[in-house]
Design a protein around this ligand. Structure first.
Ligand SMILES: Nc1ncnc2c1ncn2[C@@H]1O[C@H](COP(=O)(O)OP(=O)(O)OP(=O)(O)O)[C@@H](O)[C@H]1O
Length: 359
C-alpha cells in the first residue's frame, strides 16, 4: 500500500530549479491524494507563468514513477497565494542567513561577504567586438558542464549581449517577494541589464549608477550557492572595471583578444589595469584565431597576438578559439562536441585549476 510518507519521501528529492532546495522543505507540495495505487499531487508554483513549470512537472512525475507499487498518477500545478508566497520567500531567505550580519547595519549580500566561497572572474577586453561576451558565456557553460555552479553577470551595460548569446528570447528573471530569480540556461544563472530595458532603447548611465546597478545584481538577485561568478565587463578600462575592483577586490581576471596586433595592444591596457588593481590575471583567450576549411587553417586576422599579450602580461594563453560559421539557431553557445566547445572545455579546466575552484 502506498503511504503519504512514501510519496513525501520521493518528492523530497525534487528540487525547485531556481532555489535548489527540496520542494517539500519549501512547502510547495500542497496536497497528496492516494486512492488505491493512484496518486494525485498538487504542487504550488510562485507565479502562474513560471518559466520552469515544465521542469518541475517532469521532475515530480519522475519522482512519483519511482515509488514502488504506484499504478498511475496526476500532477496538478497550482499558484501560491500572496500569503503562501511570503512564507516561501521567508524560507528561501532563511536558507541564506547571514552569519556576519550586524543588527542595524545594511545587509551585506551573501556573495559579497568576506567569507564567500564564490570565486569571481571578470572577463575584460580592450576593444569591443572581439568576442568577450561570447567567450564569457561559453566559458560559463563549459564550467557548468564540468559540474561547477556558475553565475554570470552582464556588466557590459551599454552593449549587453548575454540574453542574445544564450538565446533567451523574452525570458526575464521572475520576481518573488522582492527577490529576483536569475534566468537559468545551459546550467548557468544569468543576470543582465538587457532584461530590464526596452529593446533598442539607449541606456544613458553615469558612472555611479553603474556601480549601483552592479551592487543591485548582487544584493537583490537570489543566486543561491555558487562556485564561480563570471562578470562580462564592458570593453576598455572604464568606470565599471573600477567598480568591480571596489566591490570585488579579490576578483580574478581573464583578457580576451583577437590575434591582430592593434587589438592586443589595447587589450594590454585592460591587462595593465587589472594588474594595477591587483587583480590576478588567470590568462588570455585569443578569439577568432583562425578559420579551418578542408583541414587547412586560415589565419584571417593574423597570428600570434594572444601569445604576445600573454607574454607581456606574464600569464598563460588559455586557448585559441577558431572562427565558427553562424548557427541556424542564432545561439552564441557553441554546440557541444564542436571544435570551439572542446577548446572551451580545456580553457574551463585550466581556469578551474588556476582559480582553485571548489565544487
Ligand atoms: N569564434 C567566433 N566565431 C564566429 N563568430 C564569433 C566568434 N566569437 C564571436 N563571434 C561573433 O562576433 C560578434 C561579437 O562578439 P561579442 O558580442 O561576443 O563581442 P564583445 O567583445 O563582447 O563585443 P562588445 O563588448 O562590443 O559587446 C558576435 O556577432 C559574435 O557572434
Amino acid at each position: 500500500m502506498i503511504t503519504e510518507q512514501a510519496v513525501l519521501e520521493a518528492l523530497r528529492k525534487v528540487e525547485d530549479p531556481e532555489v535548489h532546495r527540496s520542494i517539500v522543505e519549501l512547502e510547495m507540495v500542497k496536497r497528496i491524494d492516494i486512492k488505491g495505487d493512484h496518486v494525485t499531487v498538487e504542487v504550488l508554483l510562485t507565479v502562474a507563468g513560471c518559466p520552469l513549470r515544465n521542469k518541475i512537472d517532469q521532475d515530480v512525475r519522475a519522482a512519483l514513477a519511482s515509488i514502488p507499487g504506484i499504478g498511475s498518477y496526476d500532477v496538478v500545478l497550482g499558484t501560491m497565494t500572496e500569503e503562501e508566497r511570503s512564507r516561501f520567500a521567508a524560507k528561501v531567505r532563511a536558507g541564506q542567513a547571514n552569519p556576519l550580519q550586524i543588527a542595524g547595519q545594511p545587509e551585506v549580500p551573501p556573495l559579497l561577504r568576506p567569507d564567500t566561497n564564490t570565486v569571481f572572474i571578470a572577463v575584460a577586453s580592450g576593444k569591443g567586438g572581439v568576442g568577450k561576451s561570447t567567450a564569457t558565456a561559453n566559458l560559463a557553460v563549459a564550467l557548468s558542464r564540468l559540474g561547477y555552479r556558475v553565475g554570470v553577470i552582464d556588466a557590459d551595460i551599454y552593449g549587453f549581449s548575454l540574453p542574445n548569446i544564450f538565446n533567451l528570447g523574452d525570458r526575464k528573471p521572475t520576481l518573488v517577494e522582492n527577490m529576483l530569480m536569475p534566468v537559468q540556461q545551459d546550467g548557468v544563472k544569468i543576470m543582465s541589464m538587457g532584461f530590464f530595458v526596452q529593446e533598442n532603447a539607449p541606456v544613458v548611465w553615469r558612472g555611479p549608477m553603474l556601480g549601483k546597478m552592479l551592487r543591485n545584481f548582487f544584493a537583490e538577485a537570489f543566486w543561491g550557492e555558487l562556485d564561480v561568478m563570471l562578470l562580462d565587463l564592458p570593453p576598455g578600462t572604464g568606470d565599471v572595471a573600477l567598480d568591480v575592483h571596489t566591490l570585488l577586490p579579490k576578483s580574478k581576471e581573464i583578457i580576451v583578444t583577437t590575434p591582430q596586433s592593434n587589438a592586443t595592444e589595447v587589450a594590454a591596457r585592460a591587462g595593465t589595469m587589472a594588474l594595477r588593481t591587483n587583480h590576478e590575471i588567470l590568462g588570455v583567450i585569443e578569439n577568432m584565431s583562425y578559420f579551418e576549411a578542408n583541414g587547412e587553417r586560415h589565419y584571417i586576422f593574423g597570428k600570434g597576438g594572444g601569445e604576445k599579450l600573454a607574454r607581456e602580461l606574464r600569464t598563460d594563453l588559455l586557448g585559441q578559439i577558431p572562427l565558427a560559421v553562424a548557427t541556424a539557431s542564432g545561439s552564441g553557445i557553441f554546440p557541444s562536441g564542436s571544435e570551439q566547445a572542446l577548446i572551451f572545455e580545456s580553457v574551463a579546466k585550466a581556469v578551474a585549476k588556476k582559480a582553485d575552484l571548489r565544487k
